[in-house]
Design a protein around this ligand. Structure first.
Ligand code: NAD
Ligand code: ZN
Length: 252
């Protein structure tokens, strides 16, 4: 069944002048980073509002570092791009993809070679001091005592968007502009339930773009927004799609 849809997506990519991709935690599962929802997701183990909400962090930073952030710190120092990231980098390289809008905070799209990546939920690569505002690369932060602290004594927090926080205004604005302007939006490995990012495919659709989804399982987009969905492993599907596309020069 996917063979036919893979050819259809290949043709749609060839026909599109401006293609953007929206990615979620599913593209990084293969790299060893657990998603939030779905099989093996972190939320089988704890309540998101308890650990990933800004109020929870401000109430007890040591606890949130201990439950959620310590593991991310450990993982992100080690992970490498997987076949999904590589497939998307090949699509850009071949001239079929302009921008990656990602909900992920792991930096793996950039590591794979995509050059225009909007980090909608910020990045775990940097930590911010709550007192003096200094930015510190996460790799330089020691977790010997929690929460980690800045040299000024202030508590460090990741430069990510917690639940209950605003999306960085530039990322928000540019993402909605691209959703309106694109001809094709590819939505890969996201459960598409976290707002406001989950509304981007609907905006793209309502302004005339095609929306194509790649996910292991149906999502709220599958029935209502996507023109069609390819169900399966994103890495495999993107690899097949990229293999079917000859280079057409850098930007389109
Ligand atoms: P999610 O965890 O809610 O959903 C993951 C989706 O990926 C599911 O729909 C699942 O079916 C799909 N999936 C899993 N493996 C897949 C595969 N191999 N191929 C195709 N699809 C696959 O993720 P989300 O929608 O991105 O929302 C989670 C939020 O948590 C995001 O906003 C993000 O900020 C954050 N988060 C980030 C990371 C990361 O940086 N890698 C990891 C976990 C959560
Ligand atoms: Zn400080």
């Amino acid at each position: 069944m996917n063979e036919e849809l893979i050819s259809r997506l290949t043709e749609d990519l060839k026909a599109s002048r401006l293609t953007v991709v929206l990615t979620g935690a599913g593209v990084s599962v293969e790299s060893g980073i657990p998603p939030f929802r779905g099989k093996g997701g972190l939320w089988e183990r704890f309540d998101p509002m308890e650990v990933a909400h800004i109020d929870a962090f401000m109430r007890n930073p040591a606890r949130v570092w201990d439950l959620l952030l310590r593991e991310m710190h450990h993982l992100l120092n080690r992970v490498r791009p997987g076949t999904s990231h590589q497939g998307l980098a090949r699509l850009e390289e071949a001239g079929y993809l302009s921008t990656v809008i990602t909900q992920n905070v792991d930096g793996l799209h950039q590591a794979a070679g995509n050059t225009d990546v909007i980090e909608f939920h910020g990045s775990f690569a940097r930590q911010l001091c709550l007192d003096c505002g200094k930015q510190i690369p996460t790799t330089l932060v020691s977790l010997e005592t929690l929460p980690p602290r800045c040299s000024c004594g202030g508590i460090l927090r990741p430069d990510c968007v917690f639940f209950g926080e605003m999306i960085p205004p530039q990322a928000l604005e540019r993402s909605f502009q691209l959703a309106e302007a694109c001809n094709l939006m590819l939505v890969v490995g996201t459960s598409a339930v976290v707002q406001p990012v989950a509304s981007l495919p609907g905006v793209a659709k309502s302004t005339g773009a095609k929306v194509v989804e790649i996910n292991q399982e149906p999502t709220p987009l599958s029935a209502r927004v996507a023109d069609y969905s390819l169900f399966g492993e994103a890495g495999k599907i993107l690899g097949q799609v990229a293999a079917g596309l000859p280079p057409r020069g850098r930007r389109h």
